[in-house]
Design a protein around this ligand. Structure first.
Ligand SMILES: Nc1nc2c(ncn2[C@@H]2O[C@H](COP(=O)(O)OP(=O)(O)OP(=O)(O)O)[C@@H](O)[C@H]2O)c(=O)[nH]1
Ligand SMILES: [Mg+2]
Length: 608
């Protein structure tokens, strides 16, 4: 059997179409029916005249409920993409398609619905437009059936298209071990806990012992239903309800997996990962993510080394070939998806309990770095065990180590903080493009955090390459200060280059006074930027342009190369300047390790 899944923009008519096709309203919650909007996954059963059957998973279109759509998306093999004829392809139509390209969809049928709202002659143009808008997606080239759930027009044609798609699918593997991501859990009086989900592969028979993870327990299947009817067994591709007595309703939730007991839950996987082109700029060597695997949403880190690894905060029961999707932690931008290739942890169970206690302590501490002693105390373990656990968590990308003094933070708190910092810096660069960035003190004030702590956090961000630090200023990575036209004109005027006297500087104090009295916006910061970047250089009381210093440097090197050494008088003559400027300038070169003094002479400092 196979599962059909709906997808499409909010209000485009997905649930209405499922009801029209099956007679079941997939909006099973009262709130959904009152609001006329799908909030959570809905389920229905499609029966064909020839006895063929399929399960339908209906998803919410509203972007706020995308996590629910994701919980149902992995089970879909036939996609019923619903596009309202009066609206066309909209943002969530596109987003759903992007998600599904990473998962298990093998056939797509497009329902161009609500055609009763269009004049008959407008239906074909609408179909052409949608065909064009779907170019480059997994729905490109899919059959487009124009229908109306309201009038029932062409529903038989849609049903036939779905039938064709279903029968053309390869059969699911039933020899494989059972794997069923749980999407619904409820309890029935006198029966106990019932879980439902799409059996992705394998076979489950009444009486089987199955593993449930989390919580990592086992249970016996007391009874089993398919489409509301009791069965002895179910095979891959079937929507199944399992009665699991002895398992508390509260022990198990959507996201859990019911599977063959030979499987164990793991935290670390090597993966094949494909990023969405527009998400590439958001990926770092270690990128905190929300991973969607089966019906679960789990926080973790995507690590790009020689291979790509997915390190999860909680163990998940998955195995090579299982597909996944990842989103950013916040905002929840879709990043990409892929397939699990192998396990990379030898751990067969959840991480040692100390890890959990350590991480919990870090999570509770938020942005307050914790030292080993306080972690050991909180987790009630010896310090060396705490240290070992912390090192492991850092390696797995779940904790971040800060220096001076050594301290540890929860990686997700740190990631959120780094998003805040990046936002603050970007806003700052927009309002003051001429500034190098900002100081830790100014940032601490803006963010209302303690400066000492902030500096440690900033240093960790710099080390990660998430922000940059130059000359005491913090800036977004890649920020290049740019002066305004007025600022540039000011410095052209006040620090002139005279061709008749190319090494003549201006008095630093004069320029500083003019900067102060001028009314040009941001001038003082622009001045700082020019000094920090060496466009202007202060030597003693004098202010030079960087280009002048560079040329002076060249002349010194050329002279000493020819003469072996150079006196102060020679230096003055070479530059055609006066002693007043020559002395501080040569001392400046001494201080930078370009020249070295020996008695009355300067030589070039030997390199290396
Ligand atoms: N005229 C007309 N209205 C329709 C048709 N199909 C659905 N509608 C109306 O469109 C609105 C949205 O329909 P739903 O089926 O709830 O849409 P949905 O895609 O399931 O919405 P979400 O699940 O919230 O994303 C409702 O008011 C329906 O009555 C149709 O074929 N013709
Ligand atoms: Mg709906």
């Amino acid at each position: 059997m196979h599962v059909i899944g709906t997808a499409g923009h909010v209000d485009h008519g997905k649930s209405s179409l499922v009801q029209a096709l099956t007679g079941t309203n997939p909006d099973r919650w009262l709130e959904e029916q009152v609001r006329g909007m799908t909030l959570d996954l809905g389920f229905a059963h499609l029966r064909f005249d020839d006895g063929l059957e399929a399960g339908i998973v209906d998803v919410p279109g509203h972007e706020r409920f995308l996590h629910n759509m994701l919980a149902g998306a992995a089970g879909m093999e036939v996609l019923l993409l619903v596009v309202a004829a009066d609206d066309g392809v909209m943002p969530q139509t596109a987003e759903h398609l992007q998600i599904l390209r990473f998962l298990n969809v093998k056939r797509t049928i497009v329902a161009l619905t609500k055609i009763d709202l269009l004049a008959p002659q407008d239906v074909d143009p609408a179909r052409l437009r949608v065909r064009e808008e779907l170019q480059g997606t997994i729905a490109a080239g899919a059959p487009i059936v124009a229908v109306s759930a309201a009038t029932g027009a062409h529903l038989p044609a849609l049903k036939e298209a779905l039938h064709d798609a279903l029968v053309s699918l390869p059969a699911r593997e039933s020899d494989a071990p059972a794997y069923l991501p749980v999407d619904r859990v409820f309890a029935l009086p006198g029966r106990g806990t019932i879980v439902t989900g799409t059996l992705m592969q394998g076979r489950i028979t009444v009486g089987d012992t199955i593993a449930i993870a989390p919580p990592g327990t086992r249970a016996r299947v007391r009874s089993l239903q398919v489409f509301g009817a009791a069965r002895e067994a179910a095979t891959g591709g079937t929507r199944v309800a399992l009665n699991l007595p002895g398992v508390e309703r509260t022990q198990i939730a959507r996201g859990a997996v019911v599977a063959d007991p030979s499987f164990t839950a793991r935290c670390q996987f090597s993966v094949r990962f494909e990023s969405l082109p527009e998400a590439q700029a958001l990926l770092r060597r270690r990128t905190p993510v929300r991973a969607y695997i089966g019906s679960a949403e789990i926080l973790g880190t995507l690590v790009f080394d020689a291979t790509v690894r997915l390190l999860l905060r909680e163990p998940v029961l998955a195995f090579p070939g299982v597909r996944f999707v990842v989103r950013r932690v916040s905002p929840k931008t879709l990043l990409g998806g892929g397939e699990i290739v192998a396990y990379t942890d030898e751990r067969t169970e959840a991480p040692p309990s100390a890890h959990g206690a350590i991480l919990e302590h870090l999570v509770r501490s938020g942005l307050e770095p914790q030292d080993v002693a306080s972690v050991a105390f909180a987790a009630n373990v010896r310090e060396e065990i705490a240290q070992h656990g912390l090192d492991d968590l850092v390696e797995r990308g779940e904790a971040v180590a800060l220096a001076k003094p050594r301290g540890y933070l929860d990686a997700h708190a740190f990631a959120q903080f780094s998003t805040r910092i990046a936002g603050e810096l970007t806003a700052l660069h927009e309002t003051e493009p001429w500034a190098m960035g900002t100081t830790s003190l100014a940032l601490a004030r803006a963010l209302r955090v303690n400066e000492g702590l902030l500096v440690r956090l900033l240093n960790a961000l710099v080390e990660d390459g998430r922000i940059s630090q130059r000359h005491g200023y913090f800036a977004a990575t890649g920020h290049q200060p740019k002066l305004s036209a007025e600022q540039r004109a000011f410095f052209e005027h006040h620090v002139p280059l005279e061709s008749s006297d190319p090494f003549r500087p201006v008095a630093f104090d004069d320029v500083a006074a003019n900067v102060k009295s001028a009314t040009i916006e941001g001038l003082a910061k622009a001045f700082d930027t020019l000094l920090a970047r060496g466009v202007l250089i202060k030597v003693g009381d004098a202010l030079y342009r960087g280009a002048q210093i560079e040329r002076a440097h060249e002349r010194i090197e050329a002279f000493i190369a020819g003469h072996g050494r150079m006196t102060m008088a020679e230096f003055r003559d070479v530059l055609g300047t006066s002693r007043k400027y020559a002395v501080p300038l040569l001392e400046w070169f001494d201080a930078r390790g370009i020249t070295v003094r020996s008695g009355d002479y300067r030589m070039l400092r030997k390199r290396g």
